[in-house]
Design a protein around this ligand. Structure first.
Ligand SMILES: [Ca+2]
Length: 223
């Protein structure tokens, strides 16, 4: 009986290793909208179907900046306001990508103090988007959540028509109690696709190894 129990505990530990802390990182759960993620605006952000990958996120930074800003204002008043048909300016400098860009946020997650994390994503597209980790602390006086930490994953360049996976490691500052993922694209004005966002707890040794590998990759890209 004792042996049985410890085998079961080992199995449970193995299952926990590499567990995705981010619910629905594949975007596949949910109906019209992906569960546990912000709603798309259907002007600069869309849920798409991509065969074996299931649902993926598309960010489009080509639409006209003035049109997007006007629609964002309208959505603040009425979150169900239908998206207009996108106007794509001939001059990319007039696009939303030339300035504010567009983003989609995950739900908030708890942060363990002193914990090393690994953030990974699959990305396809021509530009370099940013996958942010936004960290929050409890404001000492107002007792509300307030920004206190951020880091970002910038997928390395590559063939625009091929999916690539990339990851970073990070450890939020000690006062950070909550965090979320923000998928963000801006320049060049274009279309960016994402899938399989993962957030995992890793050991300090795994974090050091990941940093070393990433430094090697970056050096290779420079040469
Ligand atoms: Ca998917």
């Amino acid at each position: 009986m004792r042996i049985g129990l410890s085998v079961m505990m080992l199995l449970a530990a193995a299952l926990q290793a590499g567990e995705n802390l981010l619910p629905n990182g594949s975007f596949d759960e949910g109906g019209k909208e992906a569960l546990h993620w912000e709603k798309t605006d259907n002007l600069t952000s869309f849920w798409r179907n991509d065969g074996q990958r299931g649902r993926i996120l598309e960010l489009d930074t080509r639409p006209d900046r003035k049109q997007v800003l006007a629609y964002r204002e309208e959505r603040k008043r009425n979150p169900d306001a239908p998206a207009p048909k996108a106007v794509i300016p001939k001059e990319p400098l007039k696009s939303i990508g030339s300035n504010e860009g567009t983003a989609l946020d995950s739900m908030l997650l708890d942060v363990k103090p002193g914990q090393d994390y690994k953030l990974s994503i699959d990305y396809r597209g021509a530009g370099t988007p940013f996958v942010w980790i936004k960290g929050f602390m409890i404001h000492p006086k107002r007792k509300t959540l307030t920004d206190c930490y951020q880091t970002r994953l910038a997928p390395p360049g590559g063939a625009a028509d091929r999916w690539r996976s990339c990851s970073i490691t990070f450890r939020p500052t000690p006062q950070t109690v909550k965090m979320k993922v923000r998928i963000y694209a801006y320049w060049p004005a274009g279309v960016y696709w994402f899938d399989n966002v993962r957030l995992e707890e890793i050991t300090p040794a795994e974090a050091a190894e990941l940093r070393r590998k990433r430094a090697e990759t970056e050096e290779k890209n420079v040469n």
